[in-house]
Design a protein around this ligand. Structure first.
Ligand SMILES: NC(=O)c1ccc[n+]([C@@H]2O[C@H](COP(=O)([O-])OP(=O)(O)OC[C@H]3O[C@@H](n4cnc5c(N)ncnc54)[C@H](O)[C@@H]3O)[C@@H](O)[C@H]2O)c1
Ligand SMILES: [Zn+2]
Ligand SMILES: [Zn+2]
Length: 345
C-alpha cells in the first residue's frame, strides 16, 4: 500500500515482466517536486520498451511518461508552482546548456534523459519525483483523460510544425494508433484540406473516420500508395509515417508528391532502407520528428481546449495501478487506442 513513507511503482523487470514493487518514497533533490499520480497513459513506446524492442531503452525500467498528477511537495523550486497544482510532465530531461538546448531545440538535447523511459523515475507509481521545471500546469476544467493526452498530442503537434504549412494540403497518415489518430487531429487543426488514414485494423480505421479522416484505407490492400492517392484525389503533399516499418516508409515515399515531405513519427524498431535514387530524383524531404518542445505542449492544450476531439473516445480502457500488467497486455492486443493506468488508494 502507499503510505506517507512508501509507494507502489510499476517496474518492467525483464522483457514482458511487469511487476508492482513497494519502495520508500524518493528523497527530493533541490528543484524537484513530489507528485501524486492521478492517471498515466501507456503508449507505443512503452509497449516496445516492455517487449524489450525499443531501440533507446530496455528493461529493467520504470515506465510512465504521459502523466497527470498533483504536486505534493516542492524542494527549493523556482518555477512558481505550488503544492496542490495539477500538472502534466514534459518528460524530456534536458541539460539546458548544450548547443541544441541553447538554440531552443531542447528536444534534441545532446545529454537528453527521458523520464519514464530508462530513467530512475517514471510516472506509473503512486507518487514520483520529477524536476519541477519539466512540469506544466493543467488548465482548470480539463478532465484527467484530457490532461493525460496533452503529452501524446504534443508529438503530432511538433511533427506538424516540422513539415511546414499544412493549410490546403493533402495529407496521408500511416497508422491509426494514438499517435496516428492525434496526428490526424493536429493536421486537421493546422488546416489540412484532405486527410487519409491507414491501418490494418478495422476498429482503428473506424476511429480515424470518427476523428475526421476523409477516408481510412486498409493498410493491407495490394496497391496501398495507389489506393491512398485515389482517396486523396491526388498525391500527398505530406505523409506522416506513424508506424515506421520498412513497408510503411516505402509506401510513404510512393504516396508523396514530387517535392513532398515524409514525416517519420513512428519509432522504427530496426534500421530501414530507402530507395535513395527516388528520394533524390523526386526531391522528397524525409523529416525525422522527435518528441516536442514546451510550445508544442501549449498548442496541444489549445487544441484540446478547442474541443477538436473527444478525449473520452480516444481512451478506450482504464486499469488500476496494481493491474498495470493487465494494462500492458491489453495495449499489445491491438484493439485499444489509449489505455490509462489510474491511481488507487
Ligand atoms: N516521434 C516521437 O517522438 C514519438 C513519440 C511517441 C510515440 N512514438 C512512436 O509512434 C509509434 C506509434 O505510437 P502509438 O502509441 O500510436 O502506437 P500504437 O501501437 O498504439 O499504434 C500503432 C498503430 O499502427 C498500426 N499499424 C501496424 N502496422 C501498420 C501498417 N503496416 N500500416 C499502417 N498501420 C499499421 C497498428 O494497427 C496500430 O493501430 C510508435 O512507434 C511509438 O514508439 C514516437
Ligand atoms: Zn508516449
Ligand atoms: Zn542539452
Amino acid at each position: 500500500m502507499s503510505s506517507k513513507t512508501n509507494r507502489r511503482r510499476v517496474f518492467v523487470s525483464a522483457p514482458d515482466v511487469v511487476e508492482i514493487v513497494n519502495e520508500a518514497l524518493p528523497a527530493l533533490a533541490p528543484g524537484e517536486a513530489l507528485v501524486r499520480m492521478s492517471a498515466c497513459g501507456i503508449c507505443g513506446s512503452d509497449k516496445a520498451g516492455a517487449h524489450g524492442e525499443h531501440v533507446f531503452f530496455k528493461p529493467p525500467y520504470y515506465p510512465g511518461h504521459e502523466v497527470v498528477g498533483v504536486v505534493l511537495e516542492l524542494l527549493h523550486d523556482a518555477t512558481g508552482l505550488r503544492v496542490g497544482d495539477r500538472v502534466t510532465i514534459e518528460p524530456t530531461l534536458i541539460c539546458g546548456h548544450c548547443k541544441p538546448c541553447r538554440n531552443g531545440a531542447e528536444n534534441l538535447c545532446e545529454n537528453l534523459e527521458f523520464f519514464g523511459c530508462g530513467f530512475r523515475e517514471g510516472g506509473m507509481a503512486d507518487v514520483f519525483a520529477v524536476r519541477a521545471d519539466r512540469l506544466h500546469r493543467v488548465p482548470d476544467g480539463f478532465t484527467d483523460r484530457q490532461a493525460a493526452l496533452i503529452e501524446p498530442l504534443a508529438t503530432p503537434v511538433h511533427a506538424v510544425r516540422l513539415v511546414g504549412d499544412l493549410r490546403g494540403k493533402a495529407v496521408a497518415v500511416l497508422g491509426a494508433g494514438t499517435i496516428g489518430l492525434l496526428t490526424l487531429v493536429a493536421a486537421r487543426y493546422a488546416g489540412a484540406r484532405k486527410v487519409v488514414s491507414t491501418d490494418p485494423l478495422a476498429n482503428k480505421r473506424q476511429m480515424a473516420l470518427e476523428l475526421g479522416a476523409d477516408a481510412a484505407v486498409d493498410a493491407t490492400v495490394e496497391d496501398l500508395a495507389g489506393t491512398v492517392r485515389g482517396e486523396l484525389g491526388e498525391s500527398a503533399d505530406v505523409v506522416f509515417d506513424c508506424v515506421s516499418h520498412q513497408s510503411t516508409l516505402e509506401s510513404a515515399v510512393k504516396m508523396a508528391i514530387k517535392g513532398g515531405v515524409v514525416g517519420v513519427v513512428g519509432g522504427p524498431r530496426r534500421p530501414v532502407t530507402l530507395d535513395l535514387p527516388v528520394l533524390q530524383e523526386y526531391q522528397i524531404r524525409l523529416q525525422g520528428c522527435a518528441t516536442y518542445r514546451a510550445r508544442d505542449f501549449d498548442q496541444a492544450v489549445a487544441i484540446i481546449s478547442s474541443g477538436a476531439f473527444d478525449a473520452d473516445r480516444l481512451v478506450t480502457s482504464t486499469f488500476p495501478l496494481t493491474k498495470a500488467a493487465d494494462a500492458f497486455a491489453a495495449i499489445s492486443s491491438g484493439r485499444e487506442a489509449k489505455i490509462l493506468v489510474l491511481a488507487e488508494n
